[in-house]
Structures are given as C-alpha cells and as structure tokens.
Write a protein that binds this ligand. Sequence first.
Ligand SMILES: [Fe+2]
Length: 204
Amino acid sequence: MVGPQPAAASPVEPQAPGTYAHTIAIANLAESASNAIGANGLLARVGALYHDIRKLKKPQYFAENQAKGRNPHDKLKPTTSAAIVRNHVLEGLELAEEYKLPRGVMPFIREHHGTGPISYFLEKAKERDGMPANSAEFAYPGPAPRSIETAIVMLADGAEAAARVLHDPTPQKIREVIDRIVRQRIDQGQLPGCADHSRASSRR
Ligand SMILES: [Fe+2]
C-alpha cells in the first residue's frame, strides 16, 4: 500500500499519467514534510497516494491529464465543469468504500481541498454570467483539514500543482510559489490555528 503505485489505481493508471505523476510527487513531499515536523510521515504518504483516486475514472477532465488543445470542459457550462471537479472528492469517498480502503485514508480524500474555491471555473462563470447566485457550487465540499497530515497533503497538493506550471522553475521561484500557496490557504481559512506557522515562515 505504501509503494509508488496505489493498488486500487493500477488498472487505470495508464489513462491518468498526469494524476499519477502528481500523486507520487506529493506523496514524497508530504512524507518528508511530516517526518520533518514529527508528524506521521507514513500516514501522510498513504493518504497522499489515494487522495485523488476518483480522478482516475474521469482523467481527461483534469488539467494534468489533458493533451494540449484538448479540453472537454470547453464544451461544458462552468457549473457543470465545477460539479465534475467538486465531485472528485465526494465520488472519491464512494470509490474508497467500494475498494474497501482503510478508514484512515478517507480524511485525505475528503479534506485535501478543504472548502476552497474552484477558482478557474468560478472566474469563467463570472466572466460569462456575473457573480453566481450559488457560490457553493464553485467551492469544494470540505471540511477543512482536521489533522496535521491532511493539512500537509493540502499544501503539497497546491504547491506541486502551482510549481509544475512555472515556465522557468528556479529554487527561488519555487520557494515563492510555496509561500504564496501556504498564505492563500491560511487566508481562505483552510488551516485554522496556523497563523503562527505563517509568521514563522515569513521570518525565513
Ligand atoms: Fe484533488
């Protein structure tokens, strides 16, 4: 279960190479970060390996698996796109039940986006129709992380996705991306009680 390839994901892994690479990267990041602060690195690693399990059944709807110029969201309304993205959390939990994954994995699926906005499609909806009447349609279902390990997976997830699209990644630029993601998650209220960590990181 802790190897590079999640057992339940293996049948569909070739269809979701982007999600697979992203998953391995954040499992490594989350394990190292957890161990570095005395949290449970093994738990963070296993949770990270399964956090996006539902994406493996609809991989083409997630940016990391899309070939250039082929995005099925181009034909969908922003509300439909947001529902697909939002549902990778809810349906991921159902899939985890179906695969009989250990209970300890569930919080990583449920909490890794917290209650954060589905920003890309929220902006698209605003451009098309103005402010949506029901903003909950453009937010993840949550809850916000309730453990250090799920908080670390949330941060690794956001930082890896943002760093991956840098055109000219340098250690300095990657550091800035990580700081931005951590601050953004704190400002969104996803890391209650983490204000002290924010001050500590800005002193570096
Ligand atoms: Fe996700």
